[in-house]
Design a protein around this ligand. Structure first.
Ligand code: GLN
Length: 240
């Protein structure tokens, strides 16, 4: 029997706001529709995980307090995660996880949480929350829709590729230009929603990267995404 596709879910207790766990459900379902077995491994503070066995790494958003709880544990995993990122392990990091996968996150009260540096960016909490529906245009994944709610302003270092350009909403900061970050097969974004059910192309981009790497799959069987695309169009038409 073929090996299951292994998805590691970082800190499901501390970092999972606005339905971010729905991203895991979307990934599992899209794999199941295509006949793959899937295993989801929750990774809490102190849970050992061998990234050599993992096909896709996911982390959700959370409050500053939740980020503070996991930050030390994440730092210890930093070298292994950075190495896995360099070796092409696909990752999706939302909001609070996205911030901690940068170089640092300074909360609005001035506490600095060091990040693990998968992305070359820094985030500083502000007094203004950036809340609402958000739409981006990406170079190769088309339009991406979601919902954002963060006080952190994220500044990309020169050369750090964003996920997309904001056409509605805030994104990384109130300049409203760039959203998210992309390094190799790793994607960081502020988009909740959850983001993957309404953005099947993004979901399949991550799945294909995972399946190509260690499952010998070169292309994905197409799915009927009529419902997902209708949800995406509705989300895109909403006011900010
Ligand atoms: N604490 C972060 C902020 O408000 C992350 C919020 C989130 O993950 N939704 O900027």
């Amino acid at each position: 029997m073929s090996r299951p596709v292994v998805i590691a879910h970082l800190y499901p207790q501390e970092l999972s706001t606005y339905g971010d766990t729905g991203n895991i459900r979307a990934l599992v379902q899209r794999l199941a529709w295509r006949g793959f077995d899937v295993e989801v491994r929750p990774v809490g503070v102190g849970t050992p995980v061998d990234l050599a066995e993992v096909d896709l790494l996911f982390g959700g958003g959370g409050q500053d307090s939740g980020q503070a709880v996991v930050s030390k544990d994440l730092l210890q995993r930093g070298p292994a995660i950075r190495e896995a990122a360099l070796e092409g392990l696909p990752m999706l990091l939302i909001c609070g996880s996205y911030q901690l996968f940068g170089r640092s996150f300074t909360t609005v009260t001035g506490t600095e949480l060091p990040g693990i540096g998968v992305f070359d960016l820094t985030t500083v909490g502000s007094g203004q929350r950036m809340v609402g529906n958000i739409v981006l245009e990406t170079e190769d994944l088309g339009r991406v829709v979601g919902f954002e709610n963060h006080s952190g302003r994220t500044l990309l270092a020169p050369g750090q590729q964003p996920l997309g350009r904001v056409t509605k909403g805030f994104g990384n900061d109130e300049d409203r230009r760039f959203e998210g970050a992309r390094t190799g097969a790793c994607i960081g974004t502020y988009l909740h929603g959850p983001v993957l059910p309404k953005n099947p192309r993004l979901a399949d981009h991550l799945l294909l990267a995972a399946l190509r790497r260690r499952h010998g799959v070169q292309e994905l069987a197409p799915l009927d995404d009529a419902v997902e695309l209708a949800a995406s169009a509705t989300a895109a038409s909403r006011p900010q």
